[in-house]
Design a protein around this ligand. Sequence first.
Ligand code: SF4
Ligand code: SF4
Length: 383
Amino acid sequence: MTYYLAPDACLKWLETRSLYRVTSDELYELDEQSFRFLGDCASSEGCSSDETAFVDYCLQEGILTTRRTLPDRPPVIPAPKPSLRYLELQITDRCNLRCRHCYLGDGAPHELSVDQIKNVLSEFEEMQGLRVLISGGEPLLHSRFQAINDLLPRFMIRKVLFSNGLLISDKLLADLNVHEIQISIDGLERAHDALRGKGSYQKSMNAIALCRERGMDVSVSTMVHAKNLDEFTHMDRMLREMGIRDWTVDVPCVSGRLKDNRDLIVRPEEGGEYLRYGFGSGLHDAGEGFGCGLHLMSVLADGRIAKCTFYAEAPVGKIEDGLRRCWEKIVPVRLDDLMCDCSYLEICRGGCRYRAELLGSSRGKDLYRCFRYDIMNREPGRA
Ligand code: SF4
Ligand code: SF4
């Protein structure tokens, strides 16, 4: 019997040799022998094996198939260390909303050219990247969104569109080449509309329902703010019932328009505990001993590249410098270097360094996380 690698599977040479499924976002670590064998299965000749237990497991998981399928697969070469696994690609900063907490503020709109996007995605794929978050502003407002959408199937990476949901329609979904849509829901109707404008909650919720009806993976992102604090238990139940895949909950950093809307800001002792909510995986996986988005980098709509969008004012380069060169300039955050001294360090990983910096020191504690883990009460004198 001849076996072939499933069309949504590709080998990625990360810190360990791995196999990634773009449709399910599953990452399997492989030993050298399995990696070589599956590499053969990715070729046009396919592969055969006497290792029936391993082959049976791969067939059961849908990693191997007996049907000959030959998608274009990227080269499998060693990724830099640490590996760049997640890329936020802000294709435009145009938006159809003026959210009161938006970190982008009110500057002149920018957008990346289709060529820039193509080059970034090629480099990211070659660096063994896993997942791209196509964001904005509102990414669907990019003047050449259709051309960008047409490019996406060329790349063996998981594509997630991060939208406010207002422009999502049946017609758009019929041709949309992404694996997942992430939609911002910042509370129930009253609290969400207080940030995003009257009527926006219903439109975003309708968009989620439509995506789910079409069988798409949907994730939700929620900011903790002064008007939604009593709504998280209700939201948790509601989002689970809707079949939401990942729920990211975070506290917005005081930047952009939030600076002018201080009534929305919550202090660590008010907002931290809500960071207990959320489920699924975000973009902040980190290797042992490291924190702060170890595998994440952001490309901004004006072509600058930064550790994440919060560090827009401290870019490490621009698209023309090359993704790899920019990535090599980002210094990983070692947990040993932080002033954190609590027993939650390995799970909290020091929280968000940008937030810690705003609160006093880039090596200091992210107090929102300290309140999330309740260490102020449990470990008196240590926080
Ligand atoms: S500064 Fe905060 S948002 Fe940025 S990568 Fe670090 S943890 Fe993530
Ligand atoms: S809970 Fe606070 S002190 Fe503990 S690791 Fe997180 S940020 Fe650091």
